[in-house]
Write a new protein. Sequence first.
Length: 87
Amino acid sequence: MCREALDRVATVLGVAIANVATLVAVERVVIGGGMAGLGDSLFVPLRDTLRAYAPVVGDDLPTVVPARLGDTAGALGAALVARRSPA
């Protein structure tokens, strides 16, 4: 059941990324948060779906990579925004 859910998530994300890649020139898509920690369990079917749904893009498909900061990216981004906000 978990594998089916993960495959569904990978398919939905792959289709969404394919739609964006078909409309605009996107070089890289970064997946962050808890999803990034799933590794090949997510990224292999996601990339397969992307290739299947964006054939018009051809060899110019964006690379899909996990965020380097993992789960901390959101907290760090919020801290930067808070720091830049006027008091």
